[in-house]
Design a protein around this ligand. Structure first.
Ligand code: 1DF
Ligand code: MN
Length: 348
């Protein structure tokens, strides 16, 4: 492997777009929820593991998640990552009672903003929200914008509720008004979805994350969020949570369902489902350092819709950077993938 370096000698900077952190306050509150017997199997499976396991994976990740300084910068240097777009890890504060969620969210945003201020050429922040209170979250999105954050992190469902419910739309209205993207990140599947996944150890990042997040994004599309907010930008990781691969069937079967009047609550959309992929949605390749999948999205969605991500610290594999450096792609498209698409989408 050639040595990975920051600075852009390969013709582009590398901007990693789905990087995670946690505050010690949120981590302590996760531990408290678990000790209280919190009633969310997805959360308990995920954070029961990370906060309780003595395994090398869990301890290394917990240590790295809490660092917004030398250790993270050193890891970025070693992997040739010039800039990291950083968000509060999943499920953020979505699991807490509303007042506690708001206090922890404000504090997490303040801590991340301070770190970005210390390292303005390396760290870019996303605004965390407490979607339990959509009006408050809309205000926090504005505050985050003033703090210099470049996106909003939505850590999946909200105690089992999906954000296609119109009560959550003030969040999208606020993001849309500022032209700032919403990054829809996975968490453990909702209580209603998790059963057969958990039964076979498939609830986490291995599969359940993608199932829950792809479903969430589809729910937003079919309920017309992107007809109501045609300029709203969403970013979704893990190769688009498999949705691009489904596009043909989604288009055909959704249209067939609408035409036949099968569900009276489903209204016709202005575009086919894949039309929203090409207009409103950007896809990052967190956790999917796999050229065939990247090339598929490049050819179906377009070279301006795909972005590099590492998913630090959950998948800190510097050799995956070299694999993506070596993809068969024009110099222009590769620069778009690693650098310029992120600069455009996040407004860097
Ligand atoms: C995991 C993976 C956890 C991702 C994450 O946040 C996460 C994991 C709690 O492996 O348990 O962001 N990921 O995006 O793939
Ligand atoms: Mn992630």
């Amino acid at each position: 492997m050639t040595e990975l370096k920051t600075g852009g000698a390969q013709g582009y900077l590398r901007i990693a777009t789905e990087e995670a952190f946690i505050t010690k306050e949120v981590l302590a509150a996760y531990k408290r929820l678990i000790s209280e017997g919190f009633d969310d199997p997805g959360f308990n499976s995920l954070w029961g593991f990370y906060s309780g396991s003595p395994s090398e994976r869990a301890t290394a990740i917990i240590e790295r998640l809490q660092d917004l300084g030398a250790r993270r910068l050193g890891d970025m240097d070693d992997a040739g990552i010039d800039k990291a777009v950083i968000a509060l890890t999943a499920p953020g504060t979505h699991v807490f009672a509303t007042d506690e969620a708001k206090a922890l969210t404000t504090d997490a945003n303040d801590q991340l903003a301070a770190a970005c201020k210390r390292h303005p050429d390396r760290f870019i922040g996303m605004t965390a929200i407490a979607p339990q209170d959509p009006a408050w979250s809309a205000k926090e999105i504005e505050r985050g914008h003033e703090l210099g954050f470049k996106a909003v992190i939505l850590n999946g469902h909200v105690n089992g509720e999906y954000t296609d419910d119109e009560k959550f739309w003030p969040i999208f209205e606020a993001a849309d008004a500022l032209g700032t993207p919403v990054y829809l990140h996975p968490q453990g599947p909702s209580k209603g979805l998790i059963g057969p996944l958990l039964e076979r150890g498939l609830d986490g990042a291995v599969y359940g994350f993608g199932v829950d997040t792809g479903l969430h994004l589809l729910r937003l599309i079919v309920m017309g969020v992107f007809d109501r907010f045609p300029n709203l930008k969403f970013v979704v990781g893990h190769g688009g949570e498999a949705l691009p691969y489904w596009a043909y069937r989604l288009d055909y079967m959704h249209a067939a369902g609408i035409r036949s009047g099968r569900y009276d609550f489903l209204k016709p959309l202005k575009l086919p489902i894949s039309g929203y992929f090409k207009r409103n949605i950007f896809v990052t390749f967190s956790g999917v350092a796999w050229e065939p999948a990247i090339q598929f999205c490049r050819s179906t969605l377009g070279p301006d819709r795909i972005m590099y991500a590492m998913d630090y610290p959950y998948q800190y594999q510097p050799e995956e950077v070299a694999v993506q450096d070596a993809m068969t792609m024009s110099a222009e498209d590769k620069k778009a993938f690693f650098q310029t698409n992120a600069e455009k989408v996040f407004g860097l």
